[in-house]
Each structure stands twice: as structure tokens, then as C-alpha cells.
Design a binder for this molecule. Structure first.
Ligand SMILES: [Zn+2]
Ligand SMILES: [Zn+2]
Length: 343
């Protein structure tokens, strides 16, 4: 089979490799779609993400869906021909985090394309059957690949406990900002204010259901937020931009008694933050790391029509053109919301 191998910063080649066969409890999946995620792009662009330095060749890609092509011993709930979305993280299943249902915090987690674990940008992959979620007929394989980023948005909105009629504010309109917007809308948020630096992205956010948009390059964010929320701030503020500036803004944009959810990770790990504002307003600060137990929810939400996730896809590339896809994401950041690779 063919695998798309990243061999260094901005280097990607097709390599012929042996096709993996499913062991007991695993299935082999013939991949159909792979989303290009920010973390994949970081590795491709710089050869590292944070402390994780890429010192060997790696297959990237962790947002994947495809069709079951072989089932391993003992697999009873999937059969050849089933289309599935693959949850990319394999947790140990034994530690206190796994046992308490917080498996995203498992220290033994092996996550596609999180070195040294290889990713899934290759024709076939083997994966535990219990992490392959069957797609209903009305959910396409492309939507199946988008279940991964959507899961982050669902986990963000769920952690913020966004409720019917509440006002929310989302900082950042990258892919994660927009799936968070879709999740907040599906949970019944009333006013959804979105902040970014690019008009094009803000227009896109409006199409997806933002009720108000603020361009932080042109407008005073705090002043506009006060106008929109009558001086009270948002019930829930979700920070997805991952910049030290937007993280520091969060307590000033949140209503007293409200909740801040930190989703984006800034390149700089220490951030100056006004805790007096947090205390006098009795704010709650929460954070998320990936997601847990959200694949079934995401698939049901797409299938029922509650969330139309395919709207975020702006670019599609063939498997052979993967390098072009990654380069486009880097060079045309303003226009690419979500790029996917079709096998
Ligand atoms: Zn992702
Ligand atoms: Zn564990």
C-alpha cells in the first residue's frame, strides 16, 4: 500500500509500505478521507510541536474515516463494508483516568500522529474495533473524518455547559473556533459573538450561525462586547485562538458568575492574566484537552441534522496531492478553514 511519509520540514513523499493486518480485536480500514489538522501542519512546517521534536520519518493525519476492509479475531459488531470514523487515541484502559471515564487524560495514550505514534495518512490502517464508530447511511465518509475536530468543539461547549438561551463569545475562527460555534448553536445559545482578525473568516462564521462578529484589528473588542451584552459580558467565553492576547482578554469579556473555557494552547506557556477580574466576578476557568466519549454524540448530531459540519470544508485534495494540501494550508491560511484529503 501507499503511505504519505513526512521526512522533514516541508518534505512529504509517497512510499510503498507493507499493508497492516488486523490483530485480535482490531479491524483494517481502507481510508476514504483524512482532514488536515493544525497539529499535523505544525509538524510538517516546523518538524516539531512544542517539545515534541520530529527526529524520524512519520506518517501524519489523525482525522480519518473509511470502510472496514478486514476484521480481526473476536470482532463481532463490525463487518467488511461498514463505513466508520476512527477515534485516533488508544488509551490504556486500566489507569484511574481511563477507569473514571476521563480517558483523554491517560498518560499511556497513543494518539495518531502524536510522535512516536504514526498517523493515518496511508491507504489502510489497523485500529481497535471499539474505536471505530459506524457511520449511518446519511453521514458521508468526509463528515466521518470531521467527527474528530467536531468532538473538540462539542467537548469545549459541553465543558462550558452552554445552555439554551445563553450568550456566548468565541475568540478565534480557526477550524476549532468554528466547530465550537456549531456546537454552541446546537446547544441553543442565543447570542453567539465571534472575534477574529480576518473579515473573511468572520463572514464564514456568520454563515455558520454567529449572530455578531468583531474584527479585533479594526474594533475595540471590549467596547463592542459591552454594547452587544448591555455591559454584562457573555455567560460563557470560549478561547480557541491560543494567543496570549486573547487568553488575557477572557475575564474582561465574561459576565459575572460566568465561565471561561480555554481551548487554544498558546505557543508561550506563561501568560499574564488579571485574576482580580476573575475574583470580583466570581468566574470559573476551565480547560479542555482533546475530548472523550464524544464520537457517538458527534455522529448522532450530524446524522440528525443538528450540526452541519461539512460546511467548514473549504478545500479538498487527492491523496497524491497531500503535499500540495499541506502547503496550501500554510500559504493560504486566511482562506483555508478546513482542508481534507480524499483517498
Ligand atoms: Zn485534529
Ligand atoms: Zn489509561
Amino acid at each position: 500500500m501507499k503511505a504519505m511519509v513526512t521526512t522533514g520540514a516541508r518534505q512529504m513523499v509517497v512510499r510503498e509500505v507493507e499493508c497492516p493486518r488486523p490483530a485480535s480485536g482490531q479491524v483494517q480500514v481502507k481510508l476514504e478521507y483524512c482532514g488536515i489538522c493544525g497539529s499535523d501542519v505544525h509538524y510538517y512546517k516546523d518538524g516539531k510541536v512544542g517539545d515534541h521534536v520530529l527526529d524520524h520519518d512519520i506518517v501524519l493525519g489523525h482525522e480519518v474515516a473509511g470502510m472496514v476492509s478486514e476484521v480481526g479475531e473476536g470482532v463481532t459488531d463490525l463487518k467488511v463494508g461498514d463505513r466508520v470514523a476512527l477515534e485516533p487515541g488508544i488509551a490504556c484502559g486500566k489507569c484511574i483516568f481511563c477507569k473514571s471515564g476521563h480517558y483523554n487524560l491517560c498518560r499511556e495514550m497513543k494518539f495518531f500522529a502524536d510522535p512516536p505514534t504514526p498517523g493515518a495518512l496511508q491507504e489502510y490502517v489497523v485500529h481497535p474495533a471499539d474505536l471505530c464508530f459506524k457511520l449511518p447511511e446519511n453521514v458521508s465518509s468526509m463528515e466521518g473524518a470531521l467527527v474528530e475536530p467536531l468532538s473538540v468543539g462539542l467537548h469545549a461547549a459541553g465543558t462550558g455547559d452552554v445552555k439554551l438561551g445563553q450568550n456566548v463569545l468565541i475568540l478565534g475562527t480557526g477550524c476549532i473556533g468554528l466547530v465550537t460555534l456549531l456546537a454552541c448553536k446546537a446547544r441553543g445559545a442565543a447570542k453567539i459573538v465571534v472575534v477574529d482578525l480576518y473579515d473573511k473568516r468572520l463572514e464564514f462564521a456568520k454563515k455558520l450561525g454567529a449572530t455578531h462578529v468583531i474584527n479585533a484589528k479594526k474594533e475595540d473588542v471590549k467596547k463592542r462586547v459591552d454594547e452587544i451584552f448591555n455591559g454584562e459580558g457573555a455567560d460563557v467565553v470560549l478561547e480557541t485562538a491560543g494567543s496570549v492576547i486573547t487568553i488575557a482578554q477572557t475575564p474582561f469579556l465574561t459576565k459575572a458568575g460566568g465561565t471561561i473555557v480555554i481551548v487554544g494552547q498558546s505557543a508561550q506557556s506563561e501568560v499574564s492574566y488579571n485574576f482580580s477580574e476573575v475574583i470580583v466576578k466570581e468566574l470559573t476557568i476551565k480547560s479542555i484537552f482533546r475530548y472523550r466519549n464524544s464520537y457517538p454524540v458527534a455522529i448522532a448530531a450530524i446524522s440528525s441534522g443538528a450540526i452541519d459540519v461539512k460546511q467548514i470544508v473549504t478545500h479538498e485534495f487527492s491523496f497524491e496531492d497531500s503535499k500540495m494540501g499541506f502547503d496550501t494550508v500554510i500559504e493560504d491560511a486566511e482562506n483555508v478553514v478546513k482542508a481534507v484529503i480524499k483517498f
